[in-house]
Design a protein around this ligand. Structure first.
Ligand SMILES: Nc1ncnc2c1ncn2[C@@H]1O[C@H](COP(=O)(O)OP(=O)(O)O)[C@@H](O)[C@H]1O
Ligand SMILES: Nc1ccn([C@@H]2O[C@H](COP(=O)(O)O)[C@@H](O)[C@H]2O)c(=O)n1
Length: 211
């Protein structure tokens, strides 16, 4: 098998990263593409109490098990399947189950810090930064964290002001400079997504001719 093309999609929380990833995924036959969420590689915290886990800074590079993510990316590049961890945002730690991901021609790696670590960045063939204004992102985050991640409005606002925002300015915003393409307004930017889909389809069809 040829080395897969790895597409990194980053941007702030609520920018539309997973929506962009989903749109690209849906447009390519499932046996050709896989999505890896960096969120799945938040460190396991099952040894800590729930109270202690709520104090973790989840917007710092150290919150991620980058070693395991790198190992898994390299396995996929070598044509080996991985058992991707699953993360539970309600209890701030990994689930017991994992999910098997087979090697594919196209791997999408999506997450807030995929351009932060040089070792990960170097593995990416195409780097996208989804650029959405902070006011829009916080509104989306409030809605999502309350409905899907078991949070209260006060906890989301407190975490955003004290941790998410300053960490975004320190770690995420500066990685825009590494992006090949900056997509304004995230998930429903049809023109940008169609251009990406055309590019990915082109890569897939050229591989089919070569194989
Ligand atoms: N361009 C957009 N316009 C309106 N809503 C959007 C847009 N892009 C994404 N969303 C919505 O915003 C929320 C967060 O998007 P998501 O892709 O999960 O962000 P991220 O993965 O960057 O945190 C989702 O409910 C999604 O449907
Ligand atoms: N236990 C956790 C783990 C992470 N977060 C927040 O998730 C954000 C990243 O995910 P997106 O889907 O929004 O990109 C990040 O900003 C962390 O603050 C959390 O709240 N709890």
């Amino acid at each position: 098998m040829k080395k897969p093309i790895i597409i990194g999609i980053t941007g702030g929380t609520g920018s539309g990263k997973s929506t962009v990833a989903k749109e690209i995924y849906k447009s390519i036959p499932a046996e050709k593409i896989a999505v890896i969420e960096q969120d799945s590689y938040y460190k396991d915290q099952s040894h800590l109490s729930f109270e202690e886990r709520t104090k973790t800074n989840y917007d710092h590079p150290n919150a991620f098990d980058t070693e395991l993510l790198l190992k898994h990316l390299k396995m996929l590049m070598n044509g080996e399947a991985i058992d991707k961890p699953l993360y539970d945002f309600e209890i701030h730690t990994r689930k017991k189950e994992t999910v098997r991901v087979e090697p594919r021609d196209i791997i999408i790696l999506e997450g807030i810090m995929v351009l932060v670590e040089p070792e990960i960045r170097e593995l990416l063939d195409i780097k996208l930064f989804v650029d959405t204004d902070a006011d829009v992102r916080i509104v989306r985050r409030i809605q999502r964290d309350i409905t899907e991640r078991g949070r209260t409005i006060d906890s989301v606002i407190d975490q955003y002001i004290n941790v998410v925002r300053p960490m975004h300015m320190q770690f995420i915003e500066p990685t825009k400079r590494y992006a090949d393409i900056i997509i304004p307004e995230g998930g429903f930017n049809k023109v940008a997504i169609d251009i990406m889909i055309a590019k990915v389809r082109d890569i897939v069809s050229k591989r089919e001719v070569i194989e």
